[in-house]
Design a protein around this ligand. Sequence first.
Ligand SMILES: [Zn+2]
Length: 364
Amino acid sequence: MIILILAATLLALPSTAAPPPAALRTRNVIVVMTDGLRWQEVFQGADAAMMNAEHGAVGNPEALKKQFWRETPVERRQALMPFLWSTIARQGQIFGNRELGSDAFVTNGLNFSYPGYSETLCGFADPAVDSNDKIPNRNVTVFEWLHRQPAFRGKVAAFGAWDVFPFIFNAPRAGFPVNAGIEPFTVPPVSRELALMNRLKKEAGIWDTEALDTFTFHTALGYLKQHKPRLMYLSLGETDEWAHAGKYGDYLRAAKLVDSYLQELWQTLQSMGRYRGKTTLVFLPDHGRGGAPVEWKSHGQKVPESKYIWMAFMGPDTAGLGERSRVAPVTQSQIAATVAALLGQDYPADVANAGKPITDVLRH
Ligand SMILES: [Zn+2]
């Protein structure tokens, strides 16, 4: 009898009482970004124009070609990013191959890092975000927006190789861990492994503002295993640093390393009950770069083609449509709403100027 009354009560609830948590299976989202990796390498692999001393500062072109040069673009991209092409591009979707009629781009008009990360995380380009200076973001990221909800409180974390991330996320206001640059990560428990990483990332510093990717990745992976966040952000920076340095071989090796991190991350997720079959991976850069053989080192407002990026999605709610072709353009400003939508939340309903979710990745 009690059950009947309960059932009747539930049926009598107005339909507006419970927003349909959609029929989505995603319960966790991991967003991974790698700074300034060009769509050209992602879709076509290594470019011969820079595999030399003149345009890529390559000391041993033969060794580099052995590692990354193949006859066709499809073979070359497979050699560069084997996990992306063998797994993500089969089980998920990747946008941005301009040669196949799939454009992905940033809308901030500046084509450099802080504006790109802010556009990605907040869902819109703010004209006031116009430098890489360490200014606390006046805008709320979708991470902070979700973290304000009880279901996500204490279940959000962000890791960035670049030391500006605490400002991009406005960490003091956001209230979740944001570890970046060579700052030691001190959220307990600090294992011996983590303590050593904290020390090494400081000692092995090459750049003032950026940790080597290996330390940022392993710090994030350790946190994921230990604390099992529902929403995690990981940003890697070597692809951009080596490109600015003009070192094409190191740029390619950094891209391959990121691909191997994605594989390790995905395998870890699939080995954990909390994540298996319930987690969507989102992967993109903050901006593109100029063309071969010289402008590839650079990006920004004066390099218009550096607005073009790529983006990949894989998870239980994303149909395995693979490499997309002849589709409507997608923009970086749609990522925030897409992340929220995967978690059953309507972000643009609250943030009116945010881009709309990319619905193609939300239907199985
Ligand atoms: Zn850059």
